[in-house]
Design a protein around this ligand. Structure first.
Ligand SMILES: O=C(O)[C@H](O)[C@@H](O)[C@@H](O)[C@H](O)CO
Ligand SMILES: [Mg+2]
Length: 382
């Protein structure tokens, strides 16, 4: 079998799908995208396609190594997102050729269902109580929310109190009948992470995500020393080589690589194994589309230390399209009591509605995250 064509489709809300065709008619789908940089990743995919066309799609490991190593420069969000989507599509092809879901090719199920969580409260964490009440009716009991709005490198006790009051209100309303992660979203600098974690401690969140930015990873073990709250990070780390330093330094209890940013199934399966060796939980980041989610699930269902899966149904980013709008087999993604079942169809288990994808790709705006500024006009982490 030979790869014959790679076609990319940028679609709302901010995703990109990749279709890889072969000379035997088997087609694989991937989701190579970096939120806000879809066109850049698209260019990287098409640069890589110069090598890929004519190659045997079955040789995923060799193709991965060539894409990672043979361009001299390596790693980082753009290239690793391009590789991720191509890798996903190659696994989709392999599964379809062998008539098996990808998780079977990776050794079979370690669990019967996977716990998922839902975002609440949006960019500026408001209306959280309302969102939680609504989602609980849908069977969710685990959530994630932003911890703060703009926050200065050093900021006031009042800002800390505002952030904590929101969490106190949630515990007041729901007690420990629900669990939630708090995403600091890179908005909290090291000087403020300490007081914020200390003030949040009594409310026992399930985890705090990106307690500081990935480029400040040396603070993870220091922050972990001062708090019992499990710390999570990973959406802005892009390969085993990024994660290995975090495992060596310690401090992170949950790693959250993104299957569409960290080299795909081939790479994230290895990251999950590295995490297990360090007694670290695996909880893939996935505020994206259905192929990204299916790729997460393929690794979740074969990883003993997979604990929680992010999914984007109802997320504040999904303006213009929802998670399953481009999927024919919507029912396979049904979430019951906060769990999702394995996608049992061959390959990734996603039947893409190609006509709808093509239609949506004709008139797509380029999503950009907002540029936030502090009161003094300086740039604020979003
Ligand atoms: O945890 C999450 O989902 C992420 O922090 C998410 O909010 C960002 O990755 C966003 O998608 C970037 O544009
Ligand atoms: Mg996050």
């Amino acid at each position: 079998m030979r790869i014959t064509k790679l076609t990319t489709y940028r679609v709302p809300p901010r995703w990109m799908f990749l279709k890889i065709e072969t000379d035997e008619g088997v087609v694989g789908w991937g989701e190579p995208v970096l939120e806000g940089r879809a066109r850049t990743v698209e260019a990287a995919v098409h640069e890589l396609s110069e090598y890929l066309v004519g190659q045997d799609p079955a040789r995923i490991n060799d193709l991965w190594q060539v894409m990672y190593r043979a361009g001299f420069y390596r790693g980082g969000p753009i290239l690793m997102s391009a590789i991720a989507g191509i890798d996903q599509a190659l696994w989709d092809i392999k599964g379809k050729v062998m008539g098996q879901p990808v998780y079977e090719l990776l050794g079979g199920l370690v669990r019967d269902k996977m716990k998922v969580y839902s975002w609440v409260g949006g960019d500026r964490p408001a209306d959280i109580i309302r969102d939680i009440k609504r989602l609980r009716e849908g069977g969710f009991d685990t959530f994630k929310m932003n911890g703060t709005e703009e926050l200065g490198i050093v900021d006031s006790a009042r800002k800390v109190d505002e952030a904590v009051a929101r969490i106190a209100e949630i515990r007041e309303a729901f007690g420990h009948d629900i669990e939630f992660g708090i995403d600091f979203h890179g908005r909290v600098a090291a000087p403020m992470a300490k007081p914020l974690l200390k003030a949040l401690e009594p409310y026992r969140p399930l985890f705090v995500e990106e307690p500081v930015l990935a480029e400040q990873a040396e603070y993870y073990p220091k922050l972990a020393e001062q708090t019992a709250i499990p710390l999570a990070a990973g959406e802005r780390m892009f390969s085993r080589f990024d994660f290995k330093r975090v495992f060596q330094a310690g401090g992170i209890s949950i790693v959250q690589p993104d299957l569409s940013h960290a080299g795909g199934i081939t790479e994230c399966f290895k990251i999950a194994g590295m995490a297990e060796a360090h007694d670290v939980a695996f909880a893939p980041h996935c505020p994206l589309g259905p192929v990204a989610l299916a790729s997460c699930l393929a690794v979740d269902f074969v990883s003993h230390n997979a604990v929680l899966q992010e999914q984007s149904m109802g997320i504040h980013y999904n303006k213009g399209a929802e998670l399953l709008d481009f999927v024919k087999n919507k029912d396979d993604f049904r979430i019951e009591d906060g769990f999702i079942n394995p996608l049992r169809k061959p390959g990734l288990g996603v039947e893409i509605d190609e006509e709808r994808v093509i239609e949506a790709s004709k008139n797509v705006t380029d999503w950009r995250n907002p540029v936030w500024r502090h009161a003094d006009g300086s740039v604020a982490e979003w």
